[in-house]
Design a binder for this molecule. Structure first.
Ligand code: C5P
Length: 311
């Protein structure tokens, strides 16, 4: 019996978005990537990826943020499945369905999240049985943020973001994300950061004591004060309206605000669930933002939520 004749079997994985609580960027390396010292934080804004045994490889995208997501082999999720098939010696095509709720090209690692979810889903479906470190290595080959989305939580990232280390982080935080119309290209934002820096010497990035202390204390106010992103000036340079969004959020009571990753999503931390709700309402009413989302963090990384047995 060929695999195509087997009854369909599918696995669904839920995967969070991320925000960088701190993103310190060094001078470009010879390979073009920038060395980072970053604190990744996963939040409960999720995509869901379902992989189903199928006669041919295929991909479909639905959900509130589906617009503009490629539905061919260039989608990072499709590349993730193909890479795992190669490494695992699997010849069993899958159809990938992505339900997108994470903003596209928003600086919240939506594409990387789908790739991480696809790795976990296909590993489960095919029974490839890769170890966590083998999956992380595969993930790093797909993109700098992909390994973090496998584990989620709050973690330090170095190298180009793919080298992870645990961080002592207490408490949970209430977030409001201000979405912008249109995305920003990650390479373009890094290039703009280099351009703005000109010939100035750039120190090796290393984590700030303020952020480490804030995370250890679990104090949202200290976290708000410690939020920082070296790509923020570049994102604002390419999309000046982001400066107004940041000002508006702080004026409406956020404890701190920062451009998420390479933007253009802006993340605000609030004192409580109620304060986050008030902030979201004020930002929406002000007309300064296209849309808002509320979330809490940390959230778990990519995990299986359903996997019916075939037959
Ligand atoms: O690793 P990933 O494919 O997500 O990176 C996308 C782009 O972002 C890279 O091609 C590079 O231009 C930029 N980048 C960088 N330094 C990093 C991570 C990403 O310059 N540490």
């Amino acid at each position: 019996m060929t695999s195509a004749a087997l009854p369909p079997s599918s696995v669904t994985v839920r995967v969070p978005a991320k925000v960088n609580l701190e993103l310190l960027v060094g001078a470009p390396r010879p390979d073009g990537y920038h060395p980072l010292a970053t604190v990744f934080h996963a939040v409960n804004l999720f995509d869901e990826v379902t992989v189903t045994t199928a006669p041919e490889w295929g991909i479909a995208v639905s959900g509130p943020q589906a617009l503009g997501v490629p539905v061919d082999g260039t989608n990072l999720a499709a590349r993730a499945a193909q890479r795992l098939a190669e490494v695992g010696g699997v010849d069993e095509p899958v159809h990938i369905t992505i339900r997108k709720d994470i903003p596209v090209a928003g600086g919240m690692a939506g594409g990387s999240a789908d790739a991480a979810a696809t790795l976990v889903a296909c590993d489960h479906l095919w029974g490839t049985g890769l170890s966590r470190s083998e999956l992380e290595e595969l993930a790093a080959g797909l993109g700098s943020d992909v390994p973090f989305l496998l584990g989620g939580g709050t973690a330090m990232g170095s190298g180009r973001g793919e080298v992870l280390a645990p961080v002592l982080a207490r408490g949970s935080y209430h977030w409001v994300f201000a979405l912008s119309e249109g995305g920003l290209s990650t390479p373009a934002v890094y290039a703009e950061c280099d351009r703005l820096r000109g010939d100035r010497p750039v120190p090796e990035p290393s984590p700030s004591p303020e952020m480490m202390t804030a995370l250890r204390s679990g104090d949202a106010r200290a976290l708000g004060a410690a939020l920082s992103n070296d790509l923020q000036a570049a994102a604002i340079s390419l999309m000046p309206a982001l400066g107004d969004v940041l000002d508006a959020g702080l004026e409406f009571g956020a404890l701190g605000g920062v451009v998420s990753g390479s933007g253009p999503t802006v993340a605000f931390v609030a004192e409580s669930n109620e304060a986050a709700l008030d902030l979201a309402v004020s930002l929406t009413a002000s007309g300064a933002v296209q849309d808002v989302r509320r979330a809490t963090g940390p959230a778990h990384g990519a995990h299986v939520i359903s996997s019916p047995r075939p037959g």
